[in-house]
Design a protein around this ligand. Structure first.
Ligand SMILES: CC(C)(COP(=O)(O)OP(=O)(O)OC[C@H]1O[C@@H](n2cnc3c(N)ncnc32)[C@H](O)[C@@H]1OP(=O)(O)O)[C@@H](O)C(=O)NCCC(=O)NCCS
Length: 201
């Protein structure tokens, strides 16, 4: 019997694009006296360094540039300002249970903060919660991925077994970023619209 060939069906598969993380050159990182120099693919320069207690005013200026959506996605609720006591608390970390990195734009005077990534180690001391933020004009350049990678490295150094965080289900960029790093997504029945993301270290 002569086989029937359906010419409406293409005979060759189209090549699928590689995972997003492989599509772009990640930011280049080089050591410097006060942290690490970071250069994005489009030539922007930043310095990645641990957060300092003196970063309060810089962090508050960064907050004023965030959209309400970015604020809700980072803090999981609306906030109209970053009160000074809260900014002080976020900048003066306890290194025993916290790590926070900032991306500083030193082409501005004064220098501006373009991104922050942090972890808090839980009371039991074996897991940590993450949060990360990159200013919108600086996003989609691999900086969120770089901050997350540094946090994962720090968790390994601390010998933790899990990194976790809450992410809104509408927050597609963060969910994709976490998928690429290898996080597992858990739907929370008591918190509709929010996912718990965990990464075994
Ligand atoms: C979520 C967030 C941190 C991502 O930061 P980011 O710097 O844009 O992250 P990255 O650039 O590493 O990755 C984001 C996307 O850019 C892409 N990208 C990376 N480098 C790129 C480049 N050079 N050119 C173009 N795109 C690039 C990534 O592949 C990724 O694509 P995808 O979304 O299609 O998967 C940022 O959007 C943010 O701060 N949002 C508000 C706060 C928030 O949601 N925090 C998370 C909860 S704590």
């Amino acid at each position: 019997m002569i086989p029937v060939i359906d010419f409406a069906v293409p005979t060759r598969y189209a090549a699928l694009p590689p995972p997003t993380r492989d599509r772009f050159a990640p930011p280049r990182v080089a050591p410097s006296a006060h942290g690490e120099r970071v250069r994005t693919e489009d030539g922007r320069e930043l310095v990645l360094r641990p957060i300092e207690a003196a970063d309060v005013a810089t962090m508050q200026r960064c907050f004023t540039r965030l959209s309400p959506e970015d604020i809700r996605r980072r803090f999981l609720h609306a906030m109209s300002e970053l009160p000074t006591p809260m900014a002080q608390r976020l900048c003066r970390i306890d290194p025993a249970c916290e790590t926070a990195y900032v991306l500083m734009d030193k082409t501005e005077r004064p220098a501006e903060m373009r991104g922050v990534g942090r972890i808090y180690v839980d009371e039991a001391g074996d897991r940590a919660e993450f949060s990360v933020l990159v200013e919108q004009d600086w996003s989609h350049r691999g900086l969120g991925g770089l901050l997350m990678q540094r946090l994962v490295d720090d968790c390994h150094r601390r010998g933790l077994y899990e990194l976790w965080g809450y992410v809104l289900l509408e927050n597609r960029p963060m969910l994709r970023l976490c998928d690429e790093i290898g996080f597992t997504r858990h739907i929370m029945l008591d918190e509709p619209g929010t996912a718990l993301l965990t990464l075994k270290l």
